[in-house]
Design a protein around this ligand. Structure first.
Ligand code: FAD
Length: 396
């Protein structure tokens, strides 16, 4: 049995846990990050890729944005496509100069791990069987197994950054959490293809066959998604069928063509909106996917995780500097205001762009009307744009 003492014990080395540890270090607060997977796995887990302006600024201002600035793809807009025509939403002109950055989540994770290790931080990979104890005391702890031995981290606070399937949300005392959830009647089939982008910006396509998303990860790699049924067997989607459907849903009347390439990865992702409130009980604080999930249509998941831990790190810094607990007490409320805005935006984008099963035609007519409005009214386009590039941090 090995014992260790730190100020903040962090479960999970995803964007939330790593960024929290990085921000705490900059505030002179010690932490230990415990991750159930190995380093190679977390550094190569392809997920989100769109960074809001605020996330970009946060990475740069805290010294972990150098590679992103060099290798990321700065985007000044997106395209909405329907009925064979593309309509561009220009971000800077609609939002007072704000934009987004396309830079893979796994690259953010690599940069944060490198920074933590260079700064002498502790990230324990392959830390299994983690359990949270004593969250109502002033010295909670986390136990876990590593290298065949049982370890204990004693701390002042625990941050549950262990994602949707982690253990920290389950460690909240019964009766504390209220859960709000919507599961959508479709899923996304995503492919990563070795094919150069044919278009400079993300394309969100609404089509009678269903939604399609065109995005990219680098000048050589495209990331493409198709709406499929939630229970569909991926074996029914050989590469040839995927490409054929992407061509059908994405191509325009003016002859725009998709470039094909070898498929490097194929995944199916379910679509869910989920919020667990409050995000704190005693000395346990939840952040990121551990507390909330959005459907990926609004590109908000990783950005919300970053916003949560920014707020949490500031509240903890205030506590250690002054002994005051008011910001910690306000953490959940502060985050949830912004989270519900992103929940609404993600639900709205999802509802506007996907075909719902068994619709009698009423829904598609509303969707076409909404798409026509968003692409012709400056006020409606500005609303989409300011949500997409990200609203200011709640405690900015
Ligand atoms: C397939 C997919 C595609 C996505 N696409 C997008 C997108 O396009 N745009 C977007 O904005 N968002 C997207 N998301 C969401 C985004 O990736 C998440 O919101 C983001 O990863 C949240 O970061 P996090 O740190 O809170 O959680 P995670 O990234 O899930 O990190 C949690 C970490 O905790 C670890 N862990 C879990 N349980 C334990 C335990 N018991 N003990 C220790 N460690 C544990 C996990 O291994 C993981 O490393 C996508 C998600 C998925 C799954």
């Amino acid at each position: 049995m090995k014992d260790e003492r730190t100020q903040v014990g962090i479960l999970g080395a995803g964007p939330a846990g790593l960024m929290l540890s990085h921000l705490l270090h900059r505030a002179g607060i010690s932490s230990v990050v415990l991750e159930s997977r190995n380093r190679d796995y977390v550094e190569h887990r392809v997920r989100a890729g769109v960074l809001e302006q605020g996330t970009v600024d946060l990475l740069e201002q805290t010294g972990v944005g150098e590679r992103m600035r060099r290798e990321g793809l700065l985007h000044h807009g997106i395209e909405l496509r329907f009925d064979g025509v593309g309509h561009r939403i220009d971000f800077p002109s609609l939002t007072g100069g704000r934009s987004i950055m396309v830079y893979g989540q796994q690259e953010v994770v690599k940069d944060l791990i490198a920074a933590r290790l260079a700064d002498g931080g502790t990230v324990v990979f392959d830390a299994t069987d983690a359990a949270v104890h004593g969250i109502d005391s002033s010295e909670p702890s986390i136990t876990y197994m590593h290298g065949g031995e049982r370890h204990t981290v004693r701390c002042d606070f625990i941050a549950g950054c262990d994602g949707f399937h982690g253990v920290s949300r389950q460690a909240m005392p019964s009766g504390v959490l209220e859960v709000f959830e919507r599961v959508y009647p479709f899923a996304w089939l995503g492919i990563l293809a070795k094919a150069p982008p044919t278009h400079d910006e993300l394309i969100y396509a609404y089509h009678d066959h269903g939604f399609a998303l065109y995005s990219m990860r680098s000048p050589e790699i495209t990331r493409l998604y198709l709406q499929i049924a939630p229970d569909e067997d991926v074996a029914l989607w050989p590469d040839e069928r995927v490409w054929q459907e992407l061509h059908t849903r994405l191509e325009t009347d003016d002859g725009w063509k998709l470039i094909e390439g070898p498929v490097l990865e194929k995944i199916v992702a379910g679509m869910r909106s989920f919020v667990a409130e409050p995000m704190q009980s005693g000395r346990l604080f939840l952040a990121g996917d551990a507390a909330h999930i959005v459907p990926p249509t609004g590109a908000k998941g990783m950005n919300l995780a970053m916003a949560d831990v920014r707020t949490l790190s500031r509240a903890l810094a205030d506590f250690y500097a002054s002994g005051r607990e008011d910001k910690l007490a306000a953490y959940s409320r502060t985050c949830l205001t912004r989270i519900w805005r992103a929940e609404h935006f993600s639900w709205w984008m999802t509802s506007m762009l996907h075909r719902f099963p068994n619709d009698d035609g009423f829904g598609p007519r509303l969707q076409r009307s909404q798409l026509a409005y968003v692409t012709s009214s400056q006020a409606a386009a500005a609303s989409l744009a300011e949500n997409y590039v990200g609203l200011p941090f709640a405690d900015a």
